[in-house]
Design a protein around this ligand. Structure first.
Ligand code: GEK
Length: 251
C-alpha cells in the first residue's frame, strides 16, 4: 500500500455516496485530504505543541483523542523534548492506528534514537479512561461524536485533568447568524476549490459527511465547557469556519 497519496476519493461520479468512514482508502490520502480541506490545519497542529509545552505538568500525561496519523502527538513531542513525557494517543479506526504505529516508529524518537513514551490504542474515546492528565487534545474529532456523548466526554476530561490542566478543542464551527454562516461556509468551499477540489468532489464529500460531522456554534461549545466544569475558555484561533478553543480547569 502506498501512503500519502493525493486525495481523489470523490473525484469520479458515485452511484450512491456512502457515509464517510476512516478506512484504508482514507488513511492512504489522509495528510493531503486534511490539509486541502481544513483551513488553518497546519497552524492549529503546530500551536497544539506550543500550548502543550505551556500547560504540561511533569508527572502527568498528554492525551491525543482521535489521533489519526499522529500529527498532534508529533507536534507535542517536537515542543516537549523530555523522555519522561507520557502521551496516550487513541483512535477507533484500526486502519489509522496501524499506519500511525509506523509513523511513530519513524518519527517519534528521543534524541538518542529511542522511542518516545507513547501508548497508541485502538479505542473509543468515549469509553477510554482519562487519568492524571494536564493536556488533552481533541483536534477535529469531537465533531464526529453523537451529540449526546459530548457533555459526558467533557465531564470525564475535567475529572481526569490536574488543576490548571487544559483541553485543546479544534473543530469545524457553524454560526448562529445566517449571513455569517453562509459567508464563511461559501469561502471554505472556495478554499477547497483553490486547493484543487472539483465541485463534484466537494458535493460528494459533503453528502458523505451529512449527519456524520455535526458542527456546533461557539455559543454551544462555550456553554458546554461551563456545564462540564471548566473554569474558563477562549477561542485562540479561527480561520473561516474552523476554529480552535482552549478550556482550562481551575488551579
Ligand atoms: C489530526 N487529530 O491530524 N473514538 C476514537 N477515535 C475517533 C472516534 C471515537 N469515538 N470518532 C472518530 N474518531 C487528527 C485528525 S480526524 C479529523 C482527526 C478529520 C477518529 C477517526 O477515526 C479519525 O481518525 C479522527 O477521529 C478524526 O489533527 O478527518 O477531519
Amino acid at each position: 500500500m502506498q501512503d500519502n497519496q493525493k486525495d481523489s476519493i470523490f473525484a469520479n461520479p458515485l452511484d450512491k455516496v456512502a457515509t464517510f468512514s476512516f478506512d484504508d482508502q482514507v488513511v492512504q490520502v489522509f495528510p493531503d485530504m486534511i490539509k486541502r480541506s481544513v483551513p488553518g490545519y497546519s497552524n492549529m497542529i503546530g500551536m497544539t505543541g506550543v500550548i502543550a509545552r505551556r500547560y504540561w505538568q511533569p508527572g502527568t500525561r498528554v492525551y491525543d483523542l482521535g489521533c489519526s496519523l499522529g500529527a498532534s502527538t508529533l507536534s507535542v513531542c517536537h515542543q516537549i523534548d523530555d523522555p519522561n513525557l507520557e502521551i496516550i494517543a487513541l483512535d477507533n479506526s484500526e486502519a489509522m492506528i496501524e499506519r500511525c504505529e509506523r509513523v511513530f516508529a519513524q518519527e517519534a524518537l528521543n534524541s538518542d534514537g529511542s522511542a518516545r513514551n507513547i501508548q497508541l490504542e485502538c479505542a473509543d474515546i468515549c469509553e477510554y479512561p482519562i487519568e492524571n492528565a494536564s493536556v488533552v487534545v481533541l483536534n477535529f474529532t469531537f465533531q464526529f461524536l453523537p451529540l449526546e456523548s459530548r457533555l459526558p466526554l467533557l465531564e470525564k476530561i475535567v475529572a481526569g485533568l490536574a488543576p490548571g490542566g487544559v483541553l485543546v478543542l479544534s473543530e469545524k464551527v457553524r454560526f448562529e447568524q445566517a449571513d455569517k454562516q453562509d459567508t464563511l461556509f461559501d469561502l471554505q468551499l472556495d478554499f477547497k476549490r483553490a486547493n484543487g477540489y472539483s465541485d463534484l468532489e466537494i458535493s460528494q464529500k459533503r453528502a458523505a459527511l451529512e449527519n456524520f460531522l455535526q458542527a456546533e456554534s461557539f455559543e454551544t461549545h462555550q456553554q458546554r465547557f461551563d456545564q462540564a466544569g471548566f473554569a474558563h475558555n477562549c477561542v485562540w484561533f479561527q480561520y473561516l469556519n474552523f476554529a480552535s478553543m482552549l478550556a482550562i480547569k481551575a488551579r
